[in-house]
Design a protein around this ligand. Structure first.
Ligand SMILES: *Cc1c(COP(=O)(O)O)cnc(C)c1O
Length: 349
């Protein structure tokens, strides 16, 4: 019998003055990115199918990360990269290990592709404990190893950065593919991409949706050994990446300098918001990403979320997720947005 598919995954989209619920970058991309993209559109042959290999974009990403173009696979958001990974390497009879609480799409897409999930728990600090990893591996019985292990660092929704030693230990210990979701790595100024030459089982997944201010573009990519990139190309639909998007990605990368200071600004606001949250008597989880997870202690999370929404401030109610009863997650916005959130929370409490 086929297992039932889960319901679709949708972050609620509501109208609100202050939207701090989906970890987008609060500001539009730099003016120059818009200008160059507007100019570029005229030169794109829209009657022709796009370059199936996304040659220019992959070359630009390869240069950016100091790898070869053969090590790069691009797709419509990193979610599509994850879907391709699970289509290529997961599926019936295959298993994926992950540590809750983590990004819901990892288990969601695993279920959609009928990949069995082996669920581990993070420790009290929301970090991965190697004993728990061993328990997961032995708990699968009969020595079957997971075909895929999902890591996320900094992790969504906790914001915690996994120490490099953990990533290395998992890479050495795992027999299957290790998928490291680095959607928030630019905010922590760190990456495991340099490890791909040494670890052919490592797939690092990145996105333009957060630090590049381009969530609306839907562009993400994987960096990995050539054999894994080949496997991803085999399951991608023909011409899945449109010509405009390929060009837009190159333009963003070429204008990296215009993004200078943006991440520092978010990180400064994260420090400020974290200490102000602490002063309001909620418990803040230390974050290396562009959001903060906080525990409401003696206040009800769902009710607090509702009061914030009434004040036209949207945050993410994660209180029904595994291990997160009593928690909400707030994206770092502009200074004004963060102030509006803090004022609304003060009112709500
Ligand atoms: C936001 C986010 C993404 C981004 O997904 P896209 O499809 O690239 O927009 C990927 N992984 C994690 C953990 C995220 O939080």
């Amino acid at each position: 019998m086929r297992p039932e598919l889960p319901p679709g995954y949708h972050s609620p989209q509501f109208d609100a003055d202050v939207r701090l619920n989906t970890n987008e970058f609060p500001e539009a991309p730099p003016e120059r990115v818009y200008e160059e993209l507007a100019d570029a559109i005229v030169g794109i042959q829209l009657n022709r199918y796009p370059d199936r290999m996304a040659t220019e974009l992959r070359a630009a990403l390869a240069e950016y990360h100091e790898v070869a173009a053969e090590n790069v696979f691009c797709a419509n958001g990193s979610n599509e990269v994850l879907q391709c990974l699970l289509l290529a390497l997961g599926g019936p009879g295959k298993t994926a290990a992950l540590f809750e609480p983590t990004y819901a799409l990892h288990s969601h897409i695993a279920r959609l592709t009928r990949t069995a999930i082996i669920e581990g728990e993070r420790d009290a600090d929301f970090l991965i404990d190697m004993d728990e990893f061993e328990r997961l591996l032995s708990g699968t019985g009969g020595g079957t190893e997971p075909d895929l292990v999902f890591l996320c660092s900094p992790n969504n929704p906790t914001g915690r950065l996994e120490p490099e030693s953990t990533v290395l230990e998992v890479l050495r210990r795992a027999q299957g593919i290790v998928v490291l979701d680095e959607a928030y790595a630019p905010f922590a100024d760190t990456s495991a991409i340099a490890l791909i030459s040494e670890y052919p089982n490592l797939v690092v997944v990145r996105t333009f949706s957060k630090s590049w201010s381009l969530a609306g573009l839907r562009l993400g990519y994987a960096v990995s050994a050539g054999a894994n990139v080949d496997a991803l190309f085999r399951v991608a639909l023909p011409y899945h990446l449109d010509a405009l998007k390929q060009r837009a990605g190159v333009i963003a990368l070429e204008n990296e300098k215009a993004y200078d200071g943006r991440i520092d600004q978010i990180n400064r606001e994260r420090s400020r918001l974290s200490s102000e949250l602490g002063a309001l008597g909620v418990e803040v989880v230390p974050s290396d990403a562009n959001f903060v997870l906080f525990h409401l202690l003696d206040h009800d999370a769902a009710e607090t979320w509702r009061r914030l929404a009434e004040a036209s401030v949207l945050v993410r109610d994660v209180s029904s997720w595994p291990r997160l009863a009593g928690y909400l997650r707030v994206t770092i916005g502009t200074r004004q947005e963060n102030d509006a959130f803090l004022a609304a929370l003060r009112g709500a409490l």
